[in-house]
Structure formats: C-alpha cells, structure tokens
Design a protein around this ligand. Structure first.
Ligand code: ADP
Length: 163
C-alpha cells in the first residue's frame, strides 16, 4: 500500500522528516507532495522546497517527492493511493485536521486519512517557529535538516552558526 503525505513544508522540519521516515517503514511507497497553495505566500519557492525534501529523503527507499495544486483527494486518486497521511503534534492540531479529514472523506469516501503522532521531542516544531527563530539569528540546526538550515541562513541573510 502507498501513502500520500501532503503539506506546505515551508520549510521541511525534522518533525516532518521523522514522520516520513516512520511512514516509509509502514508503507510500500510514500509520496511526499508539496501543496501549491494560492492562499499562502511561501518563504521558499516550490523548487527550493522540493529540493530540500529530495536531499533530506535521499537515503529512504520508496519515498517519492512531488507537488500538486487543487484538491488533495484528486491528487491522491491521481497517484493511485487510498491513504492520506497527516501528523498530529498536539490537541491544537486536532480540530483542524479532523475537519479536513471529514471534508476529504465526504469528497472521496474511498480515501482514508491516517494520523501519526509526532515524535515527542519534535512536537514543538513547526515551519513557522523555525522561520521565526532563523529570522532573528537563532540556531535552528536541531530543528531542520542541514540543507534547510543553510537555506534559512541565506534567506535571512545570516551566516550559518558553526558548532
Ligand atoms: P500544512 O500547511 O498542510 O499544515 P505543514 O507543512 O505545516 O503543512 O504540515 C504538513 C503535515 O505535517 C501536517 O499534517 C502537520 O500536522 C504535520 N507536521 C507539522 N509539523 C510536524 C512535526 N513537528 N512533527 C510531525 N508532523 C508535523
């Protein structure tokens, strides 16, 4: 069985990566797909985000990286997957994620949403917190893959902290 893991990934964090690694062990294949959301102005271009994910998942067999716009359920059908994966960090994620899951179920009854609980040491991580820390020159190397830390330093015109 294959799974689709959709998200903004702006940028990819170690929390996302942990979820991808764990799901790669559960499914025959995982498609990590960047949603091109016209309602959001991303910090990183689509190409940058795809490259960040490709670099961070290169060691994982069965993980593909792609992008889509439009409805997630339509893209799931296109990919031939009946499973949408989402991560739950805390109760605050639950209400929104449940609403999306029910909406998707009403649109495509054959597609199931599965939730994986975030690794507890990554449960504080979000793409926006990471950007906020990096913007003010904080060290984000324990929050994101190395390539993403470099991209963030470049984005905010800071030199990457060294060990
Ligand atoms: P979206 O804009 O679709 O919520 P995100 O990139 O913020 O995109 O998140 C994609 C998915 O990854 C969501 O299911 C989210 O709950 C999950 N996620 C976000 N941060 C983490 C984390 N630290 N650990 C595990 N999962 C996470």
């Amino acid at each position: 069985m294959r799974a689709l893991y959709p998200g903004s990934f702006d940028p990819l964090t170690l929390g996302h990566l942990d979820l991808i690694e764990r799901s790669a062990g559960l499914f025959d294949g995982v498609m990590v797909a960047v949603l091109q959301n016209p309602g959001k102005r991303p910090a990183f271009s689509l190409e940058q985000r795809l490259e960040q994910i490709r670099a961070a998942t290169a060691h994982l067999a069965g993980v593909e990286v792609g992008s889509f716009d439009g409805l997630t359920v339509d893209f799931a059908r296109q990919c031939g997957t009946a499973v949408i994966l989402r991560g739950l960090r805390a109760l605050s994620d639950f209400e929104f994620e449940l609403q999306i899951a029910h909406t998707n179920k009403s649109l495509a009854p054959a597609v199931e949403t599965l939730f994986l609980a975030t690794a507890v040491h990554h449960s504080f991580l979000s793409s926006s917190v990471v950007k906020e820390v990096a913007r003010f020159g904080g060290d984000v190397r324990h929050m994101v893959p190395a390539g993403v830390a470099e991209d963030l330093a470049r984005l905010f015109n800071r030199t990457s902290p060294t060990a």
